[in-house]
Design a protein around this ligand. Sequence first.
Ligand SMILES: [Zn+2]
Length: 126
Amino acid sequence: MHEVDMTKCLVLSMNEWRQQHDPDVPSVTRVNLQVGQFTCVEPKQLELTWRVAISNSWLEGAELSIEEIPLVARCICCHKTYSPAVDNAYKSPCCEHPMEDIVAGRELRIKSVDFSFTPEPSTLPA
Ligand SMILES: [Zn+2]
């Protein structure tokens, strides 16, 4: 399932991000995501798989905030950008050219992370 794979990627990215802060473990409250329309990710479904994936992990309780990025393509005939529509088979309205150059709408990225540090007693200076 699509969203499950996406969630795995997200958790991997978050684990890498966490390593930058070693040995402290950031307490994450929110992960702000940008998800392109053309990734075909269902935000509700992604939130659900995310919650399951992070339960009993260091990320437990972190919420997903999903910002959807609209699909934008560039016509390779006249280089105009346009918003592809499903009912037009994603063709460019200017030249009726099939969609080839996608400018935006395929991203799945972590825009920012809301977090704080709750230092463990062992990490406090002696
Ligand atoms: Zn065109």
